[in-house]
Design a binder for this molecule. Structure first.
Ligand SMILES: Cc1cc2nc3c(=O)[nH]c(=O)nc-3n(C[C@H](O)[C@H](O)[C@H](O)COP(=O)(O)O)c2cc1C
Length: 187
């Protein structure tokens, strides 16, 4: 699959079914993150790949209301890091940016492998960190919910059902980029 196709095929689907979350899949996804660019090659990303049935079950306690769909996942990737592990240039804290880029590589590689990889912000970081044993001073930036796309929309809200069928609308191109000079339409 070429990059353009992976970008177009990637969707934050919520109707999921399980798959066999093997060590090979973990290794493939971790390898995609590992090659990501980072400020000064600091590589601030850290991940816990959750694949064990019991621990996946415990992670359900950490999900926010509205993210019950994530219970069908066979893998949850906790992406976390520390501010001091990456460039701090005045107010620019690059760890969030670099970990985001690594997560994006994981998501696109998962898409290429025929999986749905859906990052979420709706969870209790303190509960998730406690369950996974991640130290308190780490920022748990996202949980990436990984499953196979399902056609069964049971349990989804109307809005979530409609997002399965059609990609949520995007801003106009002119509202997100300009050429050579800032354009007030960028807001
Ligand atoms: C940082 C981040 C946090 C998100 N949090 C949630 C979430 O908690 N629950 C959820 O259902 N979707 C969540 N999403 C998915 C977005 O709603 C989704 O990406 C957006 O609606 C665009 O849809 P698309 O990715 O299918 O194009 C999140 C996405 C990102 C990148």
């Amino acid at each position: 699959m070429d990059v353009r196709t992976a970008i177009e095929k990637r969707r934050a689907y919520r109707a999921l079914e399980g798959f066999e979350a093997t060590d090979d899949i973990v290794a493939e996804l971790a390898a995609a993150a590992r090659l990501t660019a980072s400020c000064f090659n600091n590589q601030p990303w850290r991940f816990v790949f959750v694949t064990g049935t019991d621990i996946l079950g415990r992670m359900h306690e950490a999900l926010s209301r509205g993210n019950e769909w994530a219970r069908k996942a066979s893998m949850i990737i906790a992406a976390f890091g520390k501010k001091d592990d990456d460039c701090l240039i005045k107010e620019r804290e690059y760890y969030l940016f670099d970990i985001g880029m690594a997560v994006s590589a994981i998501v696109l590689r998962a898409t290429e492998m025929g999986l749905v990889a859906h990052p979420i912000a709706g969870y209790s970081p303190s509960k998730a960190k406690e369950i996974l044993g991640i130290p308190d001073d780490r920022m748990l930036i996202t949980l990436v919910i990984v499953g196979k796309k399902s056609e069964n929309l049971e349990g989804l809200s109307d809005q979530q059902k409609s997002a399965e069928k059609e990609r949520p609308a995007r801003r106009d191109p002119a509202a997100i980029h300009s050429i050579d000079r800032y354009d007030p339409r960028l807001g």
